[in-house]
Write a protein that binds this ligand. Structure first.
Ligand code: BDR
Ligand code: CA
Length: 315
C-alpha cells in the first residue's frame, strides 16, 4: 500500500479507456491515497474489466493496491456492454501483453466494506462505472455505508444522454443502483456528461501523452487514439470526451469542478427515458437537494493534473 497522507479513496470502475486514466490519476497524485480498486460489469464483462484494471495498475508500477471483482450484472435486467465504444477487450487500442497481478481473493463489495471499516479516516468512494457495487455495499452493509465520507460518481447528465437520448451509460446500465445511491442520504457528487463533454482528448493532448516516449505515455496516447476513433464513428465527435478522471480530479482538487446542490432523481420506468437523471437545477419542484451536481469544469487545470499524475508514475 502506498504510504501518503492523502485522502483515502476507493475507485470502483469498469475499465474502460477513461476509467484507465481515472486509475492513473488516483494512483499518481499524493493528495489521494488509493486504498483499493473494485471492478464492476459495465463497459465490458466483469472478467474483462477486472483484467483491464490489473493491467493498467501493473503497467503503471502500482503495487500493493488490492483489486477485487464485484458484481457481474446490474441489480435488474441484462448487462449491455459498451463494445462499440471500448472494443471487445474493453480496452482496445494499446498492445499490452504484460503478466498481470492476481485479483484479490475477496468479493469487491466485501473489499470495499473492509477498507471502509478499517480506515482511520472516512473513505471517499469514487465510482466510474455502473453503481451496482456501491448500491450493494449500501444495502448489504449499511453500517459501512454510513462511514463513507462521500460518493463521487461519473454518470448521468443535466441534459441529454449518450446511451439513450436522455440516459447516460453508467446510469442506464443499472438505474436501480443509481437510485439507491441517490436516495441514500449520504453526501453524493454527480459528475455528468454536461461537464465531461468539455474534457476532450485533442491531438495536442494525445501528443503530450506520447511526448516522453515512455511505455505509460504511449499507452495513454494509444488508448485515446482508439477512443477518438469510436467516438468519431458512433457520435461524430471530432475529439473524445474523457469522462471518468474528472470524478477523481474533483476529489483531488475541488476547485477544478464547480458544483451546485440540486435534487436528482433517476427515471426508473419512463417509456423512453429509463435511466435518465432528472436534475432540478432551477428548483422547480419541492424536492430537497440530494446531490452536489457538477456544472462547471476548469479544463486546463484538469489536463494539467492528469498529465502530472502520469508523469509522476513514469518516474
Ligand atoms: C461513461 O460510460 C463509459 O463508457 C465510460 O467509461 C464512462 O464511465 C460515460 O458515459
Ligand atoms: Ca467507466
Amino acid at each position: 500500500m502506498r504510504e501518503s497522507g492523502g485522502r483515502p479513496v476507493i475507485v470502483d470502475c469498469d475499465p474502460g479507456h477513461d476509467d484507465a486514466l481515472a486509475l492513473l490519476l488516483a494512483a499518481g497524485d499524493d493528495r489521494v491515497r488509493l486504498l483499493g480498486v473494485t471492478t464492476v460489469a459495465g463497459n465490458q464483462t466483469l472478467e474483462k474489466t477486472t483484467r483491464n484494471a490489473l493491467k493498467v495498475l501493473g503497467l503503471a508500477g502500482v503495487a500493493g493496491v488490492p483489486v477485487a471483482a464485484g458484481r457481474d450484472r446490474p441489480l435488474s435486467g441484462e448487462l449491455n456492454v459498451a463494445e462499440d465504444i471500448h472494443g471487445s477487450s474493453g480496452l482496445d487500442g494499446p498492445v499490452l501483453d504484460l503478466p498481470v497481478a492476481e485479483v484479490a481473493d475477496v468479493d469487491g463489495v466485501e473489499l470495499m466494506r473492509r477498507l471502509i471499516v478499517g480506515s482511520d479516516e472516512p473513505v471517499t468512494l469514487i465510482a466510474t462505472g455502473p453503481l451496482t457495487n456501491v448500491a450493494a455495499l449500501l444495502t448489504e452493509h449499511p453500517e459501512a455505508g454510513a462511514r463513507v465520507r462521500r460518493i463521487v460518481f461519473m454518470g448521468g447528465s443535466t441534459g441529454r444522454g449518450n446511451t439513450t437520448p436522455y440516459g447516460e451509460f453508467n446510469i442506464v446500465t443499472d438505474p436501480e443502483a443509481a437510485d439507491i445511491v441517490l436516495r441514500s442520504g449520504l453526501p453524493v457528487t454527480m459528475i455528468g456528461l454536461n461537464v465531461t463533454h468539455q474534457a476532450l482528448a485533442t491531438e495536442e493532448i494525445i501528443a503530450e501523452f506520447r511526448a516522453p516516449g515512455t511505455r505509460l505515455g504511449e499507452f495513454c496516447a494509444d488508448l485515446m487514439t482508439f477512443f477518438a476513433s469510436t467516438y468519431l464513428r458512433v457520435f461524430g465527435f471530432e475529439h473524445p470526451p474523457v469522462h471518468d478522471p474528472i470524478a477523481v480530479a474533483s476529489v483531488i482538487d475541488p476547485r477544478i469542478v464547480r458544483t451546485v446542490a440540486a435534487p436528482v432523481a433517476v427515471e426508473l420506468s419512463g417509456t423512453y427515458t429509463r435511466g435518465a437523471t432528472v436534475v432540478d437545477l432551477h428548483r422547480r419542484t419541492d424536492r430537497d437537494p440530494n446531490a452536489e451536481v457538477a456544472v462547471g469544469l476548469d479544463v486546463d487545470a484538469f489536463w494539467r493534473l492528469l498529465m502530472a499524475s502520469v508523469r509522476h508514475l513514469e518516474k
